[in-house]
Design a protein around this ligand. Structure first.
Ligand SMILES: Cc1cc2nc3c(=O)[nH]c(=O)nc-3n(C[C@H](O)[C@H](O)[C@H](O)COP(=O)(O)OP(=O)(O)OC[C@H]3O[C@@H](n4cnc5c(N)ncnc54)[C@H](O)[C@@H]3O)c2cc1C
Length: 361
């Protein structure tokens, strides 16, 4: 089969790995000129790990990730509010929770797909079904016809917009922005094998080690729309490593992302021979750190559907039936916010165990 994938992010590349392993001809089209080399850290959960193992990338994944053996939450004075041992998760859930450096994940996936199978500087502008095939075209004037076209073009997906539109976003009710950056682990007094978060009702900041002597921090503050507001909020938290960390963060390494909540998810993912995966299919808030994890689960599920089904249409239907309700449940779970926030939910590790794992068959 000949398959075109729009988007060389987490979803497009991991889906390509799975479909190439089945012997299909796969071409990934990416609007950027290269594999993503920017970004800070990523927190992936056991459900992502199981999918990545299933895609045959276990060794590469272990090489670039740090196992998070503990999950710790503290208050503004550095006093422990909650901690749990997650070192047994590989046995219990089949994979660890990990931290890693996002550009390394992109490189790992790009290497597994092979640069020959990726066309950069290809921005998709149209996509259309043609009975037993689908055709897409790009701003550079080229076009591609395949048995299937996969829209893996992220939260603001053009493929989704062209097919159905209808997904609208509104600013998050809790926090407008998330700030994050990479730091040297030696500059901060935190457990090098733990996710360590500091929480108050109106703001929080968490550290995750990502290997090679580095960690990343990420956090949000209600009402903080600039990095100066963000730093101000934490200025009095002098018994925590946060004020020093923020002062030492070079402005050029700071990433500031607006947080947008979805008003409605796509009512279906498969449209003839065109299918949505990843953030295009289930745009979600980052609070459960499940966006990429769910996207890896999609990639493995679509591989399994193509491996088992008798024909293409059946495979697409099986994939969507297997994944859509679960992913939409995670979208809703991710809208509730974080520990000590206005919605008063449990710490993230507990929510992963109680709310996300049970969604796995
Ligand atoms: C602040 C923040 C923190 C996050 N942290 C985590 C975390 O710790 N753990 C986690 O699991 N998830 C996290 N996420 C979510 C995660 O980043 C996404 O869920 C994940 O990247 C989705 O993968 P994707 O492949 O669907 O989309 P993307 O990774 O966004 O990839 C889409 C790709 O498509 C390309 N593209 C877009 N439009 C076109 C077009 N028209 N033509 C061609 N190419 C196109 C883009 O350039 C991009 O390369 C976070 C998100 C945010 C905003």
């Amino acid at each position: 089969m000949r398959i075109g994938i729009c988007g060389a992010g987490v979803g497009g590349l991991s889906t390509a790995v799975g479909l190439l392993s089945l012997g299909h001809e796969v071409v990934v089209f990416e609007r950027a000129p290269d594999i993503r080399t920017t970004g800070a850290g990523f927190n992936l959960w056991p459900n992502a790990g199981r999918a990545i193992h299933g895609l045959g990338l276990r060794k590469q994944y272990e090489d670039i990730s740090v196992n998070l053996d503990r999950y710790i939450e503290l208050d503004t004075e550095g006093v422990e509010l909650f901690s749990t041992d997650t070192s047994g998760w590989p046995e219990t859930y089949g994979a660890p929770a990990v931290g890693l450096f996002r550009p390394e994940l992109a490189r790992m996936l790009g290497d597994a797909v092979g640069l020959d199978n990726i066309r950069f500087d290809h921005e998709l502008t149209s996509v259309e079904n043609k009975g037993e095939s689908a055709v897409c075209s790009f701003t550079n004037g080229e076009s591609f016809e395949g048995d299937v076209i996969i829209g893996a073009d992220g939260i603001n997906s053009n493929v989704r917009e062209l097919l159905i539109g209808g997904v609208t976003f509104r600013p998050s009710e809790l926090y407008a922005y998330r700030f994050r950056s990479v730091i040297d682990l030696s500059d901060v007094d935190i457990d090098p094998a733990a996710q360590t978060g500091f929480y108050a009702r109106d703001g929080w900041l968490s550290f995750i080690p990502i290997g090679k002597g580095k960690a990343y921090w990420f956090g949000s503050v209600s009402g903080a729309n600039t990095f100066e507001d963000f730093i101000d909020f934490f200025r009095s938290w002098t018994k925590t490593p946060i004020p020093k960390t923020l002062t030492n963060t070079p402005p050029e390494l700071l990433v500031q992302s607006p947080l947008q909540d979805v008003d409605g998810v796509p009512y279906k993912w498969t449209h003839g021979r065109i299918v949505l995966i990843g953030d295009a299919a289930h745009p979600m808030m980052p609070d459960m750190a499940q966006g990429a994890s769910q996207t890896f689960v999609d990639a493995f599920a679509i591989r399994e559907a193509f491996a088992k089904a008798d024909d293409v249409d059946q495979a697409l239907m099986d994939f969507e039936t297997n994944r859509r309700d679960v992913a939409n449940a995670v979208v809703k779970i991710s809208q509730k916010g974080l520990f000590l926030g206005p919605n008063d939910v449990d710490p993230l590790a507990i929510r992963y165990q109680n709310e996300i794992e049970p969604l796995t068959e």
